[in-house]
Write a protein that binds this ligand. Structure first.
Ligand code: GDP
Length: 434
């Protein structure tokens, strides 16, 4: 019963979409286990570019069952939009299942998200404004509504919605200076959602376990990245869920023994969206060089937000932390091609904290803010590597850089991505797609 986990090992945007798509070809089931429409996965398939926010990208393969697992939060309005766009591109949704346990993002969650960010002023977290945080807050506070609640008798649904709304409206009106939201409007919305969503609602838990028991390959598709984990990330500049292996287990409802491989997806350099510490951040011309100009879809501007990403050198300290935290067994390095042409490539191998060199990720965020990277500098390469398909055909310096990352992380690099297309990939071991 092979389960394969795909985990973002940095601050998100590592290129998980491409790696998931590559491996979906061999999967029977692809499960999203956390997050919501704040995720933005870009996949290039058969010459087309597809953007996924809530739907598992494995849906592009006709043989794959795509499951939205219970750890997610879903905005049905955005889901509808996403499905419409994909439908026009010929995608068939008969193999999509939405777990009844997923929490719903209502319009008042979006309103709360934006109003709280505005209220927080300079303390704002830089959320995507899509209501994810408030929906997860309601979930934890036990007043959230789940997808399965849409199937309740009207009166019961109205009662639950009213309870949640009374709380939301008190916050909106009396604290956040925002207009209240009407129950009638929300009920109208819920009825509309039920009409089209009902056929997709299913028992995701049983579907995943039946597939595993039948010996099928199940791919668990991560969203966001490890350093944004609610418990283990750079709190409070984190997401509201757990994009780590721990979150996968809870969000998909499986035990750890089902995971035969835990693939950490790592960009060949570091990026981050929004606020929070980032020890290896660079500015000026080097930042512009790493970020790109926005001319390509893979340039460092958020898929969901369009915001320019903060960029920097690969942070080896954070990478080691991520490997430990997730139990990562191998790495997929993406965007190696972006580094071509740089004379020198730097990697943080330790931090200097108050005059002392540390090799572990500090437990206190205040300490992380004071950390200065201790760099090792490696020679770069000039060659364009976008057409390279074998490790041994990479320039020597690129090979050395990958070996260096392996040493630093303590796990092998099994996949190297040298461009956005699925075939622009180097498989470092023969059995990777077996
Ligand atoms: P995700 O959220 O982790 O899937 O990452 P995004 O989709 O936000 O960002 C990845 C972007 O980089 C997408 O536009 C991909 O098509 C692109 N991409 C993925 N791998 C590579 C690569 O190896 N090289 C280049 N140049 N682009 C890549």
């Amino acid at each position: 019963m092979p389960g394969i986990a795909i985990i973002g090992a940095q601050w998100g945007d590592e290129g998980k979409g491409k790696i998931t798509h590559l491996l979906s070809g061999l999967a029977d089931v692809v499960v999203r286990y956390g997050g919501g429409p704040n995720a933005g996965h870009t996949v290039m398939h058969d010459g087309h570019t597809y953007k996924f926010h809530q739907i598992p990208s494995g849906i592009l393969y006709p043989h794959v069952q795509a499951i939205m697992g219970n750890g997610m939060v879903v905005d049905p309005d955005e889901l509808w939009q996403e499905m419409e766009t994909l439908r026009q591109a010929g995608v068939d949704f008969s193999r999509l299942m939405v777990s009844g346990n997923i929490h719903l993002i209502f319009p008042y969650h979006r309103l709360l998200d934006r109003s709280i960010e505005a209220f927080s002023g300079s303390q704002a977290i830089g959320t995507t404004g899509r209501g994810i945080g408030p929906a997860y807050t309601d979930k934890t506070a036990r007043r959230g509504l789940r997808v399965q609640d849409l199937l309740l008798p009207e009166a019961e649904l109205a009662e639950r919605l009213d309870r949640a709304l009374r709380f939301a409206n008190t916050l909106l009106e009396h604290l956040l200076n925002a207009p209240p939201v009407s129950l009638d409007e929300m009920m109208e919305r819920a009825r509309a959602w039920r009409r089209w969503l009902e056929p997709f609602i299913g028992d995701a838990f049983t579907a995943v376990h039946d597939a595993l028991a039948a010996g099928k390959t199940v791919l668990f598709e991560g969203a966001q990245g490890t350093l944004l984990d609610l418990d283990h990330g750079t709190y409070p500049f984190v997401t509201s869920s757990h994009p780590t292996t721990g979150g996968l287990l809870a969000g998909a409802g499986v035990g750890p023994h089902v995971l035969s491989r835990i693939i950490g997806v790592v960009k060949a350099f570091q990026t981050r969206v929004g606020s929070g510490p980032m020890p290896t951040e660079v500015h000026g011309p080097l930042a512009e060089r790493l970020r790109g100009t926005g001319a390509h879809p893979w340039d460092e501007f958020g898929t969901t937000t369009g915001r320019p990403r903060r960029v920097g050198w690969l942070d080896g300290v954070a990478l080691r932390y991520s490997v430990r935290l997730n139990g990562i067994t191998e790495l997929a390095i993406t965007k190696l091609d972006v580094l071509s042409g740089l004379e020198t490539i730097s990697v943080a191998v330790a931090y200097e904290l108050d005059g002392v060199e540390v090799e572990t990720f500090p437990a206190q965020i205040a300490s992380l803010e004071r950390c200065r990277p201790v760099y090792e500098h490696l020679p770069g390469w000039d060659e364009d590597i976008a057409d390279v398909r074998r490790f041994e055909d990479l320039p020597r310096a690129a090979q050395d850089y990958l070996r260096f990352i392996e040493e630093l992380a303590g796990v092998p690099v099994s996949i190297v991505s040298v461009g956005p297309n699925t075939d622009q990939t180097i498989l470092c071991s023969d059995n990777i797609l077996a």
